[in-house]
Ligand binder design. Structure first.
Ligand code: GAP
Length: 491
C-alpha cells in the first residue's frame, strides 16, 4: 500500500497537483493543479454535470460570485454556527482542531460535541500541547474569511464557505425565469473557502477548494422523484448506519429497508442515484464506497437527514467526499427573514403558499480527485513504475499515438495523420520521443488508457497496434476502423 506522501510526490512529479506559491515556501491549505490534474478535474466535473443535471429536465447550472453579502451568512446561520473547535496552547501558540486532535489520540471519531465536552475529554485523557506539554484550552473559531471591500467606508463581504448559498439567494429569480416549476434543481461547481485550523492531508483539507453541489427545491407535499421510488426499492445500498458503528460494519440494505428504518423515499431514491454515479460512472469498486449516517449531534446545523458519502482511501481509511443533505426550508426561510423578500411559491390549483424545501447533493471536487488518484495508483512490481488505472471517462488522456520510430518520415506522417483524426473525437496525446517502451511507461504513469503505435507494417497493412494500459495486451486494428473501436472502448 502506498502512503499519502508517496502519492503527493507522484502528483507533483507528473503535474497533477502541488503546493501553491511553492517558490515562496508554499501557503498552508492551498494547492495548484498542473496540466494533468486540471484535465482530470475538468473531466470529473463534466461527468458530474452530465449525470446529475441529467436526472431532471428542470435541473440547471448557474455560476455566481464567490464573495457574498454579509447578510447572506447571517440568514444561513453561518455567521453564528459555522465554527470549529480549536485547542490552543497559550504558552507556545500551538493550535489544532480539537475534534481531530482527540480523534487521533483516542482512535475514534469525536464530532459534534460542545466546547466544554472537548475540554473535558482533553483533561480526562491528560492531553497536553504536543510542542511544549502545556495546557490546551478549547474555544470556537468561525471558519469564514471576511473580505474588506472598497476604500474609505469599507463594506465587509465574505468568501463563501459553501457554494450552496448562491443558489438559495438566486432561487426566487430562477424559479420565476424557469416558469415556476418544482422540483427545480440549481447546480453549481465553484470555489469555497474555509479558514481551516489545521489544513492537512494534501488536498483533502484545504482552505480553498472546489465543490460541485446540486440544490433541489421542492414542494414538501410532493417530493422529487416520489413516483420513481418503486423502480429502485429492491436495489441495494452500501450503508453504515449509527447502529453499525460499534462493529464498524458496512451493511448492504435495500432501498425499502432504509425507508422502513425511517428515511423518506425521496431521500433514499437520491442515495441510489448517487451510488449509481460512483459504481457505474466513476467505476469505484463497491467495497471502497459507503453511505455513513450521521447522528443528531454530528450532522450539520442545517440538516434534518445527513449521510456522508465516504471512500476508503489507502492511508486515511474511510474519508468523507460528499454528503446528501435534507436541509428542509432552513435556508430559504432564513433568507426570507433577513432579506424581507418572500421566498414563498404558490400552488396555483389550490392557492396554497409554501416555502420550498431543499435536498442538497454535495460533492467536494478536490477530495474526489484525490480519491480517484489514490484508488488508481499502483506501484507495479512487474513494470517497476507507477501505473495509474484511472477510469476512461476521467483520465486526462484517453489515448496516445506513437510513431514507432522518428527517423522514418512515412511512419511519422502516418502517425500524425492518425493523431490529427483521433484528437477531434478523444482526448489524445502525440509522443514521438524515446523508445516505445519508455513511452508506454510514461503513458501508464499518466493514466493513458490506450496507446496506439504506428509501425513499419502499418505502411503496408494500414493497421496499428492498440495497447491496453491495464492488461498491456495488444491488438491490431485497421486504421479505417480505429475511431469506431475506440468509441466502443470509451463507452
Ligand atoms: N453545502 C454543504 C457543505 O458544504 P460540507 O460537508 O461542509 O457540506 C461538502 O462540505 C464537501 O466539501 C465535503 O464532503 C468535502 O468533500 C468538501 N470539503 C469540505 N471542506 C473541505 C476542505 N477544507 N478541503 C477540501 N474539501 C472540503
Amino acid at each position: 500500500m502506498h502512503t499519502s506522501l508517496e502519492l503527493a510526490a507522484f502528483c507533483k512529479k507528473k503535474g497533477f497537483m502541488y503546493p501553491s506559491s511553492e517558490i515562496y515556501g508554499g501557503l498552508s491549505g492551498f494547492y495548484d493543479y498542473g496540466h494533468l490534474g486540471t484535465k482530470l478535474k475538468h473531466n470529473f466535473e463534466h461527468l458530474w454535470r452530465s449525470f446529475f443535471l441529467g436526472l431532471n429536465d428542470n435541473f440547471h447550472e448557474i455560476e455566481t460570485a464567490n464573495i457574498a453579502h454579509e447578510n447572506v451568512f447571517k440568514a444561513s446561520g453561518h455567521l453564528q454556527n459555522f465554527t470549529d473547535p480549536v485547542a490552543s496552547c497559550k504558552k507556545c501558540g500551538f493550535h489544532v482542531r480539537a475534534d481531530h486532535f482527540l480523534a487521533e489520540h483516542l482512535k475514534r471519531r469525536v464530532e459534534g460535541k460542545t466546547t466544554d465536552e472537548y475540554q473535558e475529554l482533553i483533561t480526562q485523557n491528560k492531553l497536553g500541547c504536543p510542542q511544549c506539554k502545556s495546557v490546551l484550552t478549547v474555544s470556537v473559531l468561525n471558519m469564514m474569511f471576511p473580505v474588506k471591500l472598497g476604500v474609505g467606508k469599507v463594506q465587509t463581504g465574505y468568501l463563501r464557505p459553501e457554494t450552496a448559498q448562491s443558489p438559495y439567494v438566486n432561487f426566487k429569480l430562477q424559479y420565476e425565469l424557469l416558469r415556476k416549476k418544482l422540483p427545480l434543481g440549481l447546480a453549481l461547481i465553484g470555489r469555497a473557502y474555509r479558514n481551516e485550523i489545521s489544513p492537512r492531508n494534501f488536498t483533502l483539507r484545504q482552505r480553498e477548494f472546489v465543490q460541485a453541489e446540486l440544490q433541489i427545491f421542492f414542494d414538501p407535499q410532493h417530493p422529487p422523484s416520489e413516483s420513481d421510488f418503486a423502480l429502485v426499492k429492491d436495489q441495494k445500498l452500501k450503508t453504515t448506519l449509527i447502529l453499525d458503528r460499534e462493529q464498524n460494519k458496512v451493511v448492504e440494505r435495500t432501498a425499502q429497508q432504509l425507508v422502513d428504518s425511517g428515511l423518506p423515499e425521496f431521500y433514499v431514491y437520491h442515495l441510489i442515484k448517487i451510488q449509481e454515479f460512483y459504481f457505474q460512472h466513476l467505476k469505484i469498486s463497491p467495497e471502497k464506497f459507503r453511505f455513513y449516517q450521521l447522528s443528531d449531534q454530528e450532522k450539520a446545523f442545517y440538516n434534518k437527514y445527513h449521510f456522508d458519502l465516504e471512500i476508503d482511501l489507502a492511508e486515511h481509511g474511510w474519508t468523507e467526499v460528499g454528503g446528501l443533505h435534507y436541509r428542509t426550508d432552513h435556508d430559504l426561510s432564513g433568507h426570507q427573514k433577513i432579506s424581507q423578500q418572500s421566498m414563498e411559491v404558490l400552488e396555483e390549483a389550490t392557492g396554497r403558499k409554501f416555502i420550498p424545501h431543499v435536498l442538497e447533493l454535495s460533492f467536494g471536487v478536490d477530495r474526489h480527485i484525490y480519491a480517484l488518484l489514490d484508488l488508481s495508483y499502483e506501484m507495479s512490481k512487474e513494470r517497476e513504475y507507477v501505473v495509474l488505472h484511472l477510469p476512461a471517462k476521467v483520465t486526462p488522456y484517453f489515448c496516445a499515438v506513437f510513431p514507432l520510430v522518428k527517423n522514418k518520415p512515412e511512419i511519422v506522417a502516418l502517425g500524425e495523420q492518425v493523431y490529427q483524426d483521433l484528437k477531434q473525437h478523444f482526448s489524445c496525446l502525440y509522443d514521438e520521443t524515446a523508445a516505445v517502451g519508455r513511452r508506454y511507461a510514461r503513458a501508464d504513469e499518466q493514466g493513458i488508457k490506450y496507446c496506439i503505435t504506428v509501425d513499419f507494417d502499418s505502411l503496408q497493412d494500414h493497421a496499428v497496434t492498440i495497447r491496453d494500459r491495464d492488461s498491456t495486451q495488444q491488438e491490431r486494428v485497421k486504421i479505417s476502423q480505429l475511431k469506431e473501436k475506440l468509441a466502443l472502448l470509451f463507452s
